[in-house]
Design a protein around this ligand. Structure first.
Ligand code: HPA
Ligand code: ZN
Length: 350
């Protein structure tokens, strides 16, 4: 009996220690677009640095151009907001500084690890090559004190097959386990350019052992997620619409695929029509590996800390749920076991 009591008190003590160690104010963002992460402040700094005249005469005008309105109609309208940030990231210094400033900004908001994604082919308007765009972003990564990695996006669209193949080849050239380019993705207008059209790029990526995530199940349905998983995606950007097919939901669960969910983004793009039906908690309780991310924090005018708060206040996300979500992010991160172990320490023990 004495032994049992002792055992119970040790377990209780361990529980208290582990609960108090996890403060819930450190975050991981594994779905964050560089061009979607420019805040008003960062945009102004990048414009100053490059002597670019911003097409706005006041902060409020600039904010209107940078952020998406509450009455945004679709992902297509949402994606139009990337035009202005991209004009500020067409030189090596603009791109390098954007990476550094975005990383420093999210670090100040409690993020301890991030995977920043961007499409090198969208940074070639003023003479940079895709390779220049990768080198510049790597410099910015080195200059920031936040632990982070890069994901290179291929783009859905017309007439860019050669550019997408080039991105895959460059990902192969620059791929590292940690501290640089760690994976690829497919971004852009999913409803207009179906995932099934992009098999050839991911076949090549697989032959090179490049890990990948794919935006799917956001503007298109569950079949898009099935296609991405068939290609070999180990994570899905969004995937919020898998509930439309119980079979795809079961597939995501059985394969342990991580869903990179982004609530505010899904609300604004209408991937979820009514947030009352947001399936995040159901997926979480069903032990699907969900994570919580920003997607485009500048364009949505949010922070990751706010997204957690939103989920707490509107969906009853608990402390224990947060632990699970952050642990899912660590497990799914495109980095080494060593880094994952250090992240577990930083988030759960410090
Ligand atoms: N979906 C597709 N492409 C994107 C997104 C998104 O949510 N954000 C930035 N590029
Ligand atoms: Zn995205």
């Amino acid at each position: 009996m004495k032994k049992l009591k002792f055992f119970v008190s040790v377990i209780a003590l361990l529980c208290v220690i582990s609960c108090t160690a996890f403060a819930g104010d450190k975050y991981i963002d594994i779905h964050l677009h560089l061009d979607g992460a420019l805040t008003l402040d960062i945009a102004k700094k990048l414009a100053d640095l490059q002597n670019i005249k911003l097409p706005a005469s006041s902060d409020s005008e600039l904010e209107k151009l940078l952020t998406v309105p509450e009455d945004c109609k679709s992902l297509n309208e949402f994606l139009e907001r990337f035009a202005l940030p991209l004009t500020l990231m067409q030189t090596p210094e603009g791109l390098r500084e954007s990476v550094r400033l975005v990383l420093d900004n999210i670090k100040s908001q409690g993020v301890v690890y991030a995977e920043v994604r961007y499409a090198p082919q969208l940074h070639c308007d003023k003479g940079m090559t895709q390779e220049d765009a990768i080198k510049a972003a790597l410099e910015g990564l080195k200059e920031s004190s936040l632990k982070a990695n890069l994901i290179l996006c291929l783009m859905r669209g017309e007439g860019n097959d050669a550019a997408n193949f080039e991105t895959v080849e460059l990902a192969k050239k620059y791929l590292v386990q940690d501290g640089g380019v760690v994976a690829i993705d497919l971004a852009g207008a999913e409803a207009l350019f179906p995932t099934s059209d992009y098999a050839k790029f991911f076949e090549l990526a697989r032959s090179y052992n490049i890990p990948f995530t794919i935006h799917a199940g956001e503007a298109d349905g569950a079949q898009s997620v099935r296609d991405a998983i068939t290609f070999g995606a180990v994570r899905i950007g969004h995937g919020v619409r898998i509930y439309e097919s119980p079979d795809v939901e079961a597939l995501v669960k059985s394969k342990g695929i991580c869903l990179e969910l982004c609530p505010t983004s899904s609300r604004l793009t209408h991937a979820v029509e009514d947030m009352k039906n947001y399936p995040f908690m159901r997926y979480l309780h069903d032990e699907i590996r969900v994570t919580l991310n920003t997607d485009d924090m500048g364009i949505e005018n949010i922070t990751l800390a706010n997204e957690f708060k939103y989920m707490r206040e509107n969906f009853g996300l608990t402390h224990e749920d947060e632990r699970i979500i952050l642990n899912n992010a660590i497990n799914a991160a495109f980095t080494t076991d060593e880094v994952k172990e250090s992240l577990r320490k930083i988030i759960f023990e410090e």
